[in-house]
Write a protein that binds this ligand. Structure first.
Ligand code: NAD
Length: 379
């Protein structure tokens, strides 16, 4: 059984799908590991560290993936990459499947069995494989660090001989995994933190971190969580009430971190141009949802926009801004999943097709898109 880890072809992707630690563990499953030279460099891992862990090194991607039974990646492979994979190979990555039908079809036609790590069900057994959580947690931390770096003032209250510096006010919108870590990070830096979310369960979590919860808490709010624990898309009426409350609150904030997402939908627009214009000179908005359409009307992917003296930070791939940590957690998530897909005794791939983790994540198989959410609908 051969497992390959090629260099990520997207130049904007510094993470890598295996670390020396997970290489050792994969070898423990009976696999031969082939790493393309340089795959770990942007995550601070040198080729010799992989070699010392027991991996073989390949100079070209084609050599790394040739005959591989499993290809581990961060991002979905391109058509050019797919052409070099063995038919029937398992390809495991963050597949970004929503709205990308053509890419899913290309994977089906290439004959690979593709698994989308971000579709892993959020059940206890799969927590160790939850890439959304491992990466969002880091993004939430980094968003506050980026916001603090752009903010021209200190965050904690400081009482000095030269005078007292007031604590910065940080407002976190969306209190899921990223938002809760943003709250915790801003609190550690000494800011006065408030947060909002449409899910009632978030209130207690926000308060347990020492932040104040700000939200319109009406009947719709009480029903706003799906069985899977995600947010529902709220009605126009709710959004208008929430926007009014948020508008008066935002005007008083120094740093706003937005993290609100709805699975499979564009990110909800929460911070309008007028709200940005109500903020003080030198304030900062960090939009973690920028790649999904943005929570802030003015955010642009990959840019720091300055509008009326307010900086709107829209970095892409925020977990990649902490590539070494992000790779180490992502690689562990992948290892835990791979462990369920192989048979240690026969040292071969042995996918249990009726396993709920497999059913939830498998996008393509035997030449077809098989996932119920993405398979072409027949009349
Ligand atoms: P997410 O990334 O999908 O969204 C981020 C947050 O934005 C969510 O809290 C969501 O409620 C919020 N949001 C959506 N629309 C909003 C709006 N209009 N205004 C304000 N906030 C809005 O969420 P996530 O971080 O993936 O977490 C989703 C849920 O899953 C949470 O309940 C989390 O605790 C839970 N979770 C469970 C597990 C597990 O059991 N294994 C693991 C991770 C997360």
């Amino acid at each position: 059984m051969k497992i390959a880890i090629p260099v990520e072809t997207d130049e904007a992707e510094p993470r890598v799908a295996a670390t020396p630690d997970t290489v050792k563990r994969l070898i423990g499953l009976g696999a031969d590991i082939v790493i393309q030279q340089g795959a770990g460099l942007t995550s601070g891992i040198r080729d010799n560290e992989y070699a010392e862990a027991g991996a073989k090194l390949a100079s070209a991607a084609t050599d790394a993936v040739a005959d591989a039974d499993i290809v581990l990646k961060v991002r979905r492979p391109t058509a050019e990459e797919l052409a070099t994979y063995k038919k029937g190979a398992l390809v495991i990555a963050i597949m970004d499947p929503y709205g990308n039908d053509a890419a899913l079809k290309a994977m089906a036609e290439a004959g690979v069995t593709a698994f989308a790590m971000e579709l892993m069900p959020r059940i206890t057994r799969a927590q160790v494989m939850d890439v959304l959580s491992s990466q969002a947690n880091l993004a939430g931390y980094r968003a506050v660090i980026d916001g603090a770096a752009e903010y021209g003032r200190a965050l904690p209250m400081m009482m000095t001989a030269a005078g007292t510096v007031p604590a910065a006010k940080v407002f976190v919108m969306g209190a899921g995994v990223a938002g809760l870590q943003a709250i915790a990070t801003a609190r550690r830096l000494g800011a006065v933190v408030t947060a909002t979310d449409v899910r009632p369960a978030a209130k207690e979590q926000v308060e347990s971190l020492g932040a104040k919860f700000v939200a319109v808490q009406d009947e719709e709010f009480k029903q706003a969580e799906t069985a899977g624990g995600y947010a529902k898309e709220m009605s126009k009426e709710y959004q208008a009430k929430q926007a009014e409350l948020v508008a008066s609150h935002i005007a008083k904030q120094d740093i706003v971190v937005t993290t609100a997402l709805i699975p499979g939908r564009p990110a909800p627009k929460l911070v309008s141009k007028e709200m940005v214009e109500s903020m003080k000179q030198g304030s900062v908005v960090v939009d973690l949802a920028v790649e999904r359409g943005g929570n802030c009307e003015l955010a642009k992917p990959g840019e720091v926009v300055v509008h009326n003296g307010v900086k709107i930070v829209g970095h892409n791939n925020v977990p990649g801004r902490l590539a070494a940590t992000a790779s180490s957690l992502y690689a562990k998530n992948l290892f835990a999943f791979v462990e369920t897909l192989v048979d240690k005794n026969s040292k071969s791939v042995a996918v249990k097709w009726d396993d709920e983790l497999v059913k939830a994540t498998c996008l393509t198989k035997d030449g077809a898109v098989v996932h119920p959410s993405f398979a072409p609908k027949h009349a």
